[in-house]
Design a protein around this ligand. Sequence first.
Ligand code: MN
Length: 238
Amino acid sequence: MARRPRIAITMGFREEPLPAHELPDGYVRAVVAAGGLPWPVPSVEGDPLVEALLAEADGLLLTGGGDLDPAWYGQLPHPRLRRVTPRRDRLELTLTRAALQAGKPILAICRGVQVLNVAAGGTLVQDIESQVPGALQHDQTAPRDYPTHPVEVAAGTRLAALLGSGTVRVNSLHHQAVAGVAPGFVAAAHAPDGVIEAIELADPRRFAVGVQWHPEALWERDPRFLALFRALVEAAAG
Ligand code: MN
């Protein structure tokens, strides 16, 4: 049996009612379905420990969650900023910078695309509804596995090679988004209101793709979305 590449999956962290990590099952099942070995990583502290974690990982999956502290991208908190988790911010930003430096493949989902962009030097929209004129609804009330708005995937991108270029309908469970795309990255998909819905490394030899939607909640209904996880696992296999 072929070895399964080990995919480090970041976890949520909450303080109440007792300090605990959590990981939605959809990410675990998507990595398994794509042929990877799911390896949840908690928000440990200290750069040497983070480096040691990364050394054991073949690829990195950055998962969804709450808002990043805007101080990480040089901004003050907007009134509509939601709860931040300093410990998770530190772990994910340190891990992502190290993974980029080491050339390890990264798939980043929802909060993950925001972490990826900030780790590489980009900025975020802190609240779409109040900061993007003419914004559509990005914080859907429909079930998570139900696509609610289209995105236009840019031709010639790695994302287009995986999903097809043109219009794809996606789910949308976010109130923040990528603003200034990080150096070395390109925007790979946009919503009709101009909100950036995906980024990827411009260098086609390296795999770092981030999407603002939640493919882990879509792939069972629409197998196209499993291609994102397969691409991560294949890149992690080296
Ligand atoms: Mn959206």
